[in-house]
Design a protein. Structure first.
Length: 368
């Protein structure tokens, strides 16, 4: 260890000088501090963060044992190695010091060779412990980084299930609402931006959408280029899933308006909502891709693609869930091969007051 810091805690001047003069032979580049009473031990330990403390048991103000217990109780000092120095030679005192957290015990009168040997061993062990703590911190940081990446790839509920069971089986979710949002004219607008500006815009918008999604207790599935896919009622099985999806869509649209005003830009969004059953699962273990499938998802995508800018287009099934809560504008039906006429409605405005709508939504996290 280069340039270590040693704190010698003893109220007897000649003992401090004795230990320091011998330690300088072993650690000539060390910096030495002295604590003359028990209170100063903790104060200096906090300020200087020494690499080793030689702590006398019998100290003024508070004892060395009390000072040791204080050091062990504080997260910033509990890992500092301590050698208890004492004239108490009974085995019971040694045991108490070691149980209290001392790394070693040095009996008085102090033999110079024993002092150097114990300090050398303590410094070596302390250095090894310091390296282990650094490695632990690095591993924890790597874990946090990995968790952040996984949270961006997988819904929180899926990630938690994988942590507990190592795998997740495909599953059918009944009675949910799928929200598909897309930025209008993304390609021509993106060609006028630098790559960094474009990615910053997408990151800002999708981060806001993630926060809106979380606030409404919905599940973000994925982003596909400039498109955003989420589901309401997937894990919480709420009968108000369509109402929550509508409120989330309204908030997303409102955010785009706020974003444009703040950053002096002119993004527009199309949002489609469809309600029904879906199948969900991991389709690529190597890339950890979680996705949803089924006619409900396809119809939600059609609702989005048939939508005009800054509108929210809902299907017949979603309309049936929302007709008691919203005024909606019926649109011209679209014929879809294999499905016949596809009824569509624009979300217009709530029928009830916002307070009444809040009472209709059972889950407290479904913010309006």
């Amino acid at each position: 260890m280069e340039n270590p810091k040693i704190l010698i805690a003893d109220d007897v001047d000649y003992l401090v000088e004795f230990m320091k003069s011998h330690l300088e032979q072993l650690l000539p580049d060390a910096t030495y501090f002295r604590a003359a009473n028990g209170y100063e031990v903790f104060t200096l330990a906090m300020r200087k963060q020494p690499d080793l403390i030689l702590l006398d048991w019998e100290m003024p103000e508070i004892s060395g044992m009390e000072a040791l217990q204080t050091l062990q109780a504080h997260p910033q000092t509990k890992d500092i190695p301590v050698i208890m120095v004492s004239g108490f030679t009974q085995a019971d005192h040694v045991r108490k010091a070691l149980e209290a957290g001392a790394m070693d015990y040095l009996k008085k009168p102090i033999a110079p060779d024993e002092l150097l040997a114990r300090v050398r061993t303590a410094m070596t062990l302390a250095d090894s412990m310091r390296q282990l703590r650094q490695q632990k911190q690095q591993l924890e940081e790597e874990k946090r980084r990995s968790d952040r990446i996984l949270n961006g790839l997988l819904p929180t509920e899926v990630l938690q299930t994988m942590k507990e069971h190592s795998e997740i089986a495909p599953r059918r979710f009944r009675n949910v609402s799928v929200i598909m949002a897309d930025l209008v004219d993304f390609t021509p607008k993106s060609q006028k931006m630098s790559p960094k500006r474009l990615l910053d815009e997408l990151q800002t918008i999708f981060t806001a959408f993630d926060q809106i999604c979380q606030k409404h207790n919905c599940t973000r599935i994925k982003t596909i280029g400039d498109a955003y896919l989420a589901v309401s009622g997937m894990w919480n099985h709420s009968h108000n899933h369509a109402l929550v999806a509508a409120k989330m869509a309204e908030r997303m649209r409102q955010y785009i308006t706020e974003h444009n005003e703040r950053y002096k830009i002119d993004w527009e969004i199309r949002i489609g909502i469809n309600s029904g059953d879906i199948i969900a699962g991991i389709i690529s273990e190597s890339n950890l891709s979680y996705d949803i499938f089924g006619d409900t998802v396809n119809t939600a995508a059609r609702m989005q693609s048939y939508c005009n800018p800054m509108q929210i287009n809902v299907s017949q099934t979603t309309y049936d869930h929302l007709k008691d809560y919203y005024f909606m504008i019926k649109r011209i039906s679209r014929k879809v091969k294999g499905k016949g006429a596809l009824n569509m409605y624009y979300l217009h405005r709530p029928i009830q007051s916002r307070q009444q709508l809040r009472q209709q939504i059972s889950h407290p996290q479904y913010a309006l």
